[in-house]
Structures are given as C-alpha cells and as structure tokens.
Design a protein around this ligand. Structure first.
Ligand code: SF4
Ligand code: FE
Length: 504
C-alpha cells in the first residue's frame, strides 16, 4: 500500500494531461488550489490506512492474493466487509468534511467483477479473467480508479442511438483487431484528475441494437485523447488568495471535493482492458449492481459529513451563548436522529447482503435504494437546522480582509463578540465552516451530491417500486380481510404466495 506522500508522487509521475480549469489549460495541475485541496481528501484515504488505530477498518485481506490491501481496492468477502466499508466512509467523511472521491472505483470494481463472471458463464467470453488481472493490479498498485459511468445524455426523451449527435452517449466508433476506439464524454467525474485509472461503464440498460454503447473498459487516466474540464464549485474562488483571509473565508481550507467533465475524443483501448464489448443484455445488470453499491456508500460518507454539521451546530450554539436553551438542545437531538437514520440504512443494507455467484458480496438492493432515497432528503433537513442555530451572521459576515484590517478589525472584534469568554475569532471561523458546508464548496459534497450522486431521487424510486414485492404484500392484506379463522388465513397466504413465487 502507498502512503499519502507516495500517492501524491504517483500522481505527479503521470504523463502530461489535458486539464482545463477556468478557461486555461493547467501546466501544473497538482499545484492549483482547487486540485490540491481535493487531492488532500483522497490522500487521507492513504494516510489513515497507515495508522494502526484505523487499520482494521481501512484495510482488508485480498481474496485474490491474500495480501493486505486498502479496503478501497477490496472485493467484499462477507457482510462484515460491507459493514466495514460503511464505517470507513463515515470515518473519512468526519475527517475531511467533504467527498474523498475513492468510493466510485471500489463500487465499480465489485460490480464489474460480478458482471463479467456472469457474462463468461453465459456467453463463454474471457472478460472475467481479464478483469481479475485488472483487479489484482488495482490492489497491488493501490490505485485510485475513477468509475466513469454517467453519460452526458443530451435529450433525455431519446435513446442513445436516437440522439442528434451520436457521441452524446460514449460509444465504440471503431473496432480493430487489437482493441477499440471510443468517443464520447462522462459527466460529474468525481476525483477523475486525482485518479490513476479510469473504468468506463455504460450508463443505463441497453437494447439489442445499441451494441456500440455497451462498452466497459479500463485505461490510464493519462491516456492519449482524454480531456478534462474542471467543474466550478460554489465559492471556490475564496481559496485563491493563498493568505490567511482566504483560509478563513473559504470555511474549510484544507480539503475539497472534485468533479470534472471527461471527454474521450478518439481513445484506443487494447483488448486486454475490455470487459464488455457489445453484450447489451448485461449493461442493465452492471448499472444496477453499481448503483446499489454506490447508494450504500452514501449511508457512510454523508453520515460522516453530517457528524461535522452536528458538531458545528453544537459549537456555534456555544459561541452564540445558546447552548443551554432547550429548543437548541432538542434541535441537536433531531440532527442526530436524522443522521443516525442514514447510518442505520447504510448498515442495514450491508448486514442484509448476500454472496454473489462470482464470490463477492452484494448489498440488499432494496435497502440500499431506501438508504440513498433518505440521503436525498435528510442532509437538507440537517443543514436547515444548522443554519437555524447558526443565525443570519453566517451570510452577512464581513470579509476576513476586514477582520484582518486594523481599522475595521477592532470594530469587528468588539461588535461580533458572542458569549462571554468565547473567542470571537473562532466564532467567525465556525460560521464560515457552516456557510461552506451548507452553501459553499462543502455543500457540493454534503447536499448536491446527496441529491444527485449515485443517481437522482427518481432512480431510487424506480428500483424501490421494482424490488418492494407489493404483490406479496397484497396477499397478506387479502388473506386477513377475506378469512375469518386462523387456518384459512395461513392457508390462503401460503397458497397464493406459492403461485406468486412460481410466477417469479
Ligand atoms: Fe465516496 Fe461519498 Fe464521494 Fe461518493 S460522494 S465518492 S461515496 S465520499
Ligand atoms: Fe458521489
């Protein structure tokens, strides 16, 4: 396993990449404050894995080699592994207060492993052997893998092949004897620029005539033909000053998240790195597996971010002098109730997981979708309560440059004082953290990602509708309503359930 410094070095050793940010191509991308702070969040996953205190949760024993590896490169071997994944994500979410970007690759690893196994079994292909090799390389090199699933999608009312511009969904544009050429784009790519490898996957289930879009493959993040265009985040310019004032006003200056638009202009992928090529009937399986794994992930990372939000609420209540007010105490109880509800969902879908035919473990898909559906809502309520407790000063606070200016600084120190004996400077910094978490760069991770990451709310509702076994529930209701003795209630349930199950 790499340590944090080795991880940073490994990124610096990549070939020059085309990375655009704010209208300019970056000559030294890793030095840019947006990239640097986002890289810090990923580096934390390496740092904590080296710490004996966190080794059990941050590392695992490889099912492929028997070696000790990062849990972020691990094929889950038990429900305990699934639970530890969620615990690890909560831990990291607490430490950086934002998105640490590494989970998409982990979720893609487990989903592609299981899908290629089924493909080989049914179709006699060679994808699983190839993917095992990739998985071993991922473990041994301790790679960050960008899971590239989301296409830009264009006109949402049209199928991939019916788009005016055929590149709107990433596709194979040329098949060669030794590989394929792909073209298209992937949107919202979390941590893409901080990654070593990219694992491209289809974005949705596909029809028979959509073979060119059924492509799963891996390539280095510095492969020829990839262009990255960095995503702007709310209030990101506050990081640019490089001085104390920028640090204060950015709310949380050490860590950040990262999303980029990734464009594949004409990119060659050799055969050995291809894990699906035209097998449309398996695209839906891959997407569903990945989505459920990633919906489980949110029951960990967003809970860790929620822990920071709750801590900020309790701290600002002290600075404001309202910590003992009963309604404030009750609001903090409510925040904890909401946050632990999310954690319960993450743990539940893990504890109820099952072994897949490929040998790795899968979450309970219904509970994982319920988990993510709650994540689209509860962090917003936690953030609302946090803003309530913080007070309006969170958004009317003068710039830190006024704070540091001797002429206005003394006035601000006098008039922005809070509870007796509490530091006004710390009060100001806590308010900026709250602004960041609920409206600034941190809110991209804590709120907007909670809404749309791992699929927007409607995507979970579709799955919940599909998995909730409503027909079976109707049987229970009918049996109780239509029968008046114990034997006939149970007989009616068994008779109809057998029929329902036989019908699949
Ligand atoms: Fe991991 Fe959460 Fe970021 Fe997704 S949003 S990559 S689950 S930290
Ligand atoms: Fe995400």
């Amino acid at each position: 396993m790499m340590n944090a410094a080795q991880y940073r070095d490994s990124l610096a050793k990549r070939k020059p990449m085309k990375i655009w940010l704010d209208g300019q191509m970056l000559a030294k991308p890793l030095d840019h404050p947006y990239v640097k702070t986002s890289m810090n969040s990923v580096a934390l996953t390496y740092e904590l894995a080296q710490d004996p205190q966190f080794r059990q949760v941050m590392t695992a024993t490889s099912a492929l080699t028997g070696e000790t590896i990062s849990r972020f490169c691990h094929l889950h071997q038990s429900t305990d592994d699934l639970i530890n994944k969620v615990r690890m994500q909560r831990l990291l979410g607490q430490r950086c207060g934002t998105c640490f970007q590494r989970c998409v690759g982990l979720d893609a690893l487990n989903a592609v492993f299981a899908t290629t196994f089924e493909m080989d079994r049914k179709l006699g292909t060679d994808y699983h052997r190839r993917f095992r090799n990739f998985a071993v390389a991922m473990e041994r090199n301790d790679w960050i893998v960008d899971g590239a699933m989301t296409d830009v999608k264009g006109d949402r009312s049209k199928r991939p092949g019916a788009q005016k511009d055929k590149d709107i969904y990433l596709r194979v544009v040329e098949r060669r004897a030794d590989g394929v050429i792909i073209r298209g784009a992937k949107a919202h790519q979390t941590g893409a620029i901080n990654s070593h490898q990219v694992l491209v996957m289809p974005t949705s289930s596909l029809r028979e005539d959509e073979k060119d879009y059924a492509i799963t493959c891996a390539l280095p993040s510095d492969a020829e033909g990839i262009t990255y265009i960095y995503g702007r985040q709310s209030c990101d310019e506050r990081k640019l000053g490089g001085d104390e004032a920028s640090d204060i006003d950015s709310g949380s200056s050490c860590y950040g998240g990262q999303e980029a638009l990734m464009i594949f202009e004409h990119v060659f992928v050799p055969d050995e790195m291809i894990f699906m090529n035209g097998e449309t009937e398996f695209a839906g399986m891959l997407v569903d597996l990945f989505a459920s794994y990633h919906r489980q992930s949110y029951g960990g990372c967003k809970v860790g971010n929620g822990d920071v939000a709750i801590g900020a609420a309790a701290a600002i209540a002290e600075y404001n002098g309202v910590a003992k007010a009963s309604h404030v105490k009750d609001k903090i109880v409510e925040m904890n109730h909401l946050n632990e509800t999310l954690f319960s969902c993450g743990i539940a879908c893990s504890a109820n997981g099952t072994k897949l035919p490929a040998g790795n473990f899968f979450v309970d898909a219904l509970l994982a979708n319920v988990c993510k559906q709650n994540v689209t809502r509860l962090p917003y309520e936690i953030a609302r309560i946090l803003q309530d407790i913080a007070g309006g000063l969170m958004v009317t606070l003068p710039s830190a440059r006024d704070w540091l200016n001797p002429q206005t600084g003394e006035l601000l120190k006098k008039y922005l004082a809070g509870a007796d004996g509490m530091s006004t400077y710390e009060r100001v910094r806590m308010l900026r953290l709250i602004e960041n978490l609920t409206m600034g760069r941190g809110a991209v991770a804590y709120l907007s990602e909670s809404m749309h990451g791992a699929g927007s709310p409607q995507a979970q509702r579709v799955l919940i509708g599909r998995l909730a076994k409503v027909e079976e529930k109707k049987v229970y209701a009918r049996a109780l309503a239509f029968n008046n003795n114990l034997e006939s209630v149970e007989a009616a349930i068994r008779a109809v359930l057998e029929k329902v199950r036989a019908a699949g």
